[in-house]
Every structure is written in structure tokens, then in C-alpha cells.
Design a protein around this ligand. Sequence first.
Ligand code: NAD
Ligand code: MG
Length: 395
Amino acid sequence: MSVQQLTILGATGSIGLSTLDVVRRHSDRYQVFALSAASQWQKLADLCIEFQPTYAVIADPQYLPMLEQALAAHATQVLTGVDGLQQVAAHKDVDTVMAAIVGAAGLLPTLAAAEAGKKVLLANKEALVMAGHLFMQAVHDNGATLLPIDSEHNAIFQCLPAGYTHAAAAGVSKILLTASGGPFRTLALDAFAGVTPDQACAHPNWRMGRKISVDSASMMNKGLELIEACWLFNLTPAQVDVVIHPQSVIHSMVQYVDGSVLAQLGNPDMRTPIAHALAWPERIASGVAPLDIIATARLDFEAPDLARFPCLRLAFEAAGNGCASTVLNAANEVAVEAFLAGKLGFDRIAVLNEHAMQQLVDTTPSSLDQVLRIDREARRIAHQWLDHGRLRGDL
Ligand code: NAD
Ligand code: MG
């Protein structure tokens, strides 16, 4: 067994740190080649001192001098900017890239890894929602291996046959994408306007970064995951059912034409899908406690309520619909940032997203430049709506 050289994009985040926790248990299998962060140079420096990577990338250049100084006595070379991220994602010595940057910022480095034919462990769902067609093409054209980290998609991957290409050929009739329902699963519709950022980030089953926590609370996360599933597994939105399952023990299911339903179960801990993808097709210990099925006792299921969670409806409309998912992703990033900054009501996130989708009608983007242009335009429209809303005083 040769040692895998690993780049972790977004090493200081929730997924990045869980990845390093798994790697720490298997130093015979994985060597950290590069670690990256947006601005948290101190946290990145501490990780570099522990893991001694060849490169460290601080995306925001204003923190470069601090990181350089912190690592002056170490062999780790320090890079910055999107160029630096792309360089460590595509470097010839790298085998595996964990794509765990949050949001559209992850697209270019993750794409660089795919274009270099790497084994890409994809947590950064926004990259796929934004540019699914181009990303999947890059994976295909360059012989990259794409392994999903999102727990639902990792579960689906595990429940599909090896060598899967499309649903019909594999006898798959439906994908059942499970959702916890988030912290507001039972909240009355008229209470959504008063939700605070801390309430939205208090997820009942998972500890995650703030952006995905807000997305889980609005169920935009499940919407992004629907679009992600369509790209990863070559599906139409009609082939995916979202099922609310509050315990988050079943991570998703695959229904076959013969009536069989395969599910993947486990404790809600991202180290399971991370360890699965790192070792695939082998298995390694992840540090996750074994599932106690007796203590779990019951598994509940219900249908999602699209009236209380309009972001999920928007995602069903956007999936496979030209540039709509690029627009939805960009508008949602602006909306979540505004909500977290206390500048937008929680119930207005969907209103802003829908506004951007209605403004921007375009054909399926066929080049990276087009995707980036649509992303910029959607953000401009979203910011304009926020500015006007502030004037109207109705945010
Ligand atoms: P996080 O906010 O905890 O971490 C994000 C990481 O990205 C940090 O290291 C940060 O420094 C880096 N980053 C942020 N903006 C950047 C920029 N502009 N340029 C370069 N780097 C930047 O987020 P997270 O919860 O770890 O989520 C990461 C990704 O994984 C997201 O796409 C999320 O949807 C996905 N995901 C997360 C979980 C989870 O349990 N946390 C589960 C499934 C999928
Ligand atoms: Mg998920």
C-alpha cells in the first residue's frame, strides 16, 4: 500500500478538521501534502505545525505575512490566492483532494483537481450546484474519481452497484434523499420571521459551519443536495424524493425496480463518509461510535412541507433548468450572509432567492466564463434587492 498524498481545501472548517481527525488515526496511509484556509492563519499555522505539509495556502493575501512568520521555522511553503489553491489542488505529487471550501469560492480549486484527474472527495456541494455540467464533464474527460462526502450522497453511493452509470441500467426506480428537517421542522409558519442566526445554527443532529447550518434550517441545503444528487448520479429531479427523517440515522436510500430498498445507516458524524471516501474501495476505522440500533429504537418518516420550506420548492424548480441553479446558489449565498449579519429576516431568504431566479433567465451555461458571469449577475441582483428592501424598510 502506497501512502496517499492529500490536499485539504478548507482545512480549518468543520469538514476539514473532521478529515484531519481521520487522517491522524491512519498516518501509515495518508500524508498531508497541503492545507488551506480563507483567513484563519493562526488555526492553519497550528495544523501545519502538527501535520508538516509541503504547502499551506491562505486564500486572503492580507494574512500571508502572518502565516509566513508563524511558519518561518518550518519547511512548509506558504502560498496565497485562488492561484495558490489551484496549484495545491492540481499538483503532480497529489493523489487525493478533499474539497471542503464552503460556497462558490470552492469552484475553481475543485475544478482544478478534477481537471488534473485527481481523486476528488467532494464536500463543496455549491461547486456542483453552480457548474454541474462543466464539473462532471471535467471529471469524465480527465479520468478523475469523484467520491461524495455529503452524508446523503455518500449513502446513496454506498447503496448503488459498483460501476453505476445511470438509474435505468442499474434497475433503480427512486432515490430517497433523507432530511432531518433541521431545527424548525415543527415551527409554525408565522414564527419563521422572528428566527435568529443562533437559533438557525443550532442543528439538532449535526455540528457544521454556519452557512450550511442556515441552509439546513431553511431546507435550502436539501434543495442544493437534490441538485447535487442529479449531477452525481445522472438523475432527473422526478427520480428523487425528499423524505423527512428526524433521527438522521438513515442517511439516504435507493429503491430498486424489484421492490428492494437499500439504506445506509450510522451515527450522524461526518467522519464516517470521510473515512469511506478516503479509503474507498477499502474500509478504515473513522473514530465514530458504533450505531446502537436498540437505543435508536425508532425511525420516523414524513413528507416535507414545501409551504413552510419554500427554498426546497425553488430547488426542485431550478434542478436541470438552464442556469437557474447557478442563480439560486449565488442568491442564496448573499441571502445567508445578510441573514447571519442581522440584515435580512429568515423568512425573506426564499423571497430573495425567488426574486433572483425570476430576474435571470438564460440558457445552460456552456463555459466557465458564462457560469462566473451568471454568478456575478445573480449576486448583483440580490444585493440590489437588499438595498431596495432596506429603503422600503421591509427586510
Ligand atoms: P466551514 O465554514 O466550517 O469551513 C469552510 C472552510 O472553507 C474553512 O476552512 C474556510 O477557511 C474555507 N473558506 C471559506 N471561504 C473561503 C474562500 N473564499 N476561499 C478559500 N477558502 C475559504 O464549512 P463546513 O461546514 O466545513 O462546510 C464545507 C463544505 O462542506 C460546504 O460546502 C458544506 O456544504 C459541505 N458539507 C458540510 C457538512 C458538515 O457537516 N459540516 C456536511 C455536508 C457537506
Ligand atoms: Mg448532507
